[in-house]
Design a protein around this ligand. Structure first.
Ligand SMILES: [Zn+2]
Length: 261
């Protein structure tokens, strides 16, 4: 195939030799792709912000279906999102979204819904009150997993389909809530509070931009433990979000949460 075009978000980039770069982008039309940008280190102004992580850009490239790398011809910035993100906390959450897509998504399979979710989440991370950001990231983690076919089952036992245990037993390995019988046989399950279960359910069903209203900062930690254990079981490359680790050393954000817009 010859010259093709695609809109995408830059996830990361690496140096290639002294003059070029490899750019990893999540695109609407081609899924996760790697582009070789020749001369991008030598004359960075040629591409402006288009190859910067977090930027939403339009790429024109030589697409070869059987190759891992595609040669970039042109790149034009649609939205230089990273240039607007000055606060460390927002940057960390924005990079966490990129990291999650890079870890969970494999290959050049287009998934426009997932692409739109990433665009919406980055907009939300830019605009939401800081106190809402942990819930936004949590909602994004859950919804990305769901779109990739791993939606935690909360309506009946994830093991056998029977009615649920009233103890709210969640198994990260089986992938959802359990009945009493399955719960007694399953090590590594987690007991959820009623609030955490309600939050988990809302984060799965409501838009990411409403996540801050849906789950207050005091409930995020409990849900996060369950979600991260769930992701680690079902996605081999997921090992927590490194982009957020540095935030643990910072003071806690103010305890208020509101919608992004
Ligand atoms: Zn069961």
């Amino acid at each position: 195939m010859g010259l093709t075009r695609s809109e995408g978000i830059v996830l990361k980039r690496h140096a290639l030799g002294d003059t070029s770069r490899i750019v990893v982008a999540y695109t609407r039309e081609h899924g996760l792709i790697k582009l070789v940008a020749k001369g991008a280190r030598q004359s960075p102004s040629r591409f402006g912000f288009a190859l910067e992580p977090l930027s939403r850009s339009r790429f024109v490239f030589y697409f070869k279906p059987d190759r891992d790398l595609h040669l970039l011809s042109q790149a034009e910035t649609i939205d230089p999102a990273g240039s607007r993100l000055v606060e460390l906390v927002r940057l960390a959450h924005a990079h966490a979204a990129l990291e999650l897509v890079d870890r969970l998504v494999w290959g050049e399979e287009p998934h426009p819904e997932l692409y739109d979710l990433l665009v919406e989440t980055l907009a939300c991370v830019t605009a939401a009150p800081e106190a809402a950001l942990p819930a936004v990231t949590l909602g994004f983690e859950l919804q990305v997993a769901s779109l990739l076919g791993y939606r935690p089952r909360l309506d009946a036992c994830a093991g056998c389909g029977s009615p649920l245990s009233p103890r709210r037993v969640f198994s990260p390995a089986i992938g959802g809530l359990l009945c009493d019988r399955c719960a007694s046989a399953e090590a590594g399950s987690i007991l959820l509070s009623a609030d955490a279960l309600a939050g988990l359910s809302l984060l799965l069903s409501r838009p990411v931009r409403e996540a801050g209203e849906t789950v207050g900062p005091e409930r995020v930690g409990e849900i996060l433990r369950v979600v991260e254990a769930f992701l680690a079981h079902h996605f081999q490359r997921f090992q927590g979000l490194r982009s957020l680790e540095m935030l643990r050393a910072l003071p806690a954000p103010p305890r208020q949460a509101a919608p992004c817009r």
